[in-house]
Write a new protein. Structure first.
Length: 95
């Protein structure tokens, strides 16, 4: 399964506990070290099409730390190659 990642260029590098709310990304993608719950090794890693044309793979699944949201809306993927910030999918919240 391939998933699209539509991140815009951002100048300032945020801390690990910051993320970009992204209307173009199809799922939640967290960088390594981002705060999350129930981190598990991905038994079925996904492939993500990056804006620069490369294809990256997830290594873990996890849940965003956003109290009050149903678990199915908080599930995300850890992508170690994300160097700038985590991406939170607005599309996923609207399903």
């Amino acid at each position: 399964m391939q998933i699209s990642c539509n991140a815009s260029r951002v100048i300032n590098k945020p801390r690990d506990n910051k993320a970009i709310a992204d209307t173009g990304t199809t799922d939640h993608f967290l960088k390594e070290g981002a705060p999350c719950d129930e981190k598990e090794i991905a038994t079925h890693p996904i492939e993500i099409d990056m804006p620069n044309g490369s294809v990256e793979r997830s290594t873990h699944t996890c849940y965003l730390r956003i109290p009050g949201l149903p678990k199915k809306l908080r599930k995300g993927h850890i992508v170690p190659s994300l160097s700038h910030s985590s991406l939170v999918s607005i599309k996923k919240f609207c399903r």
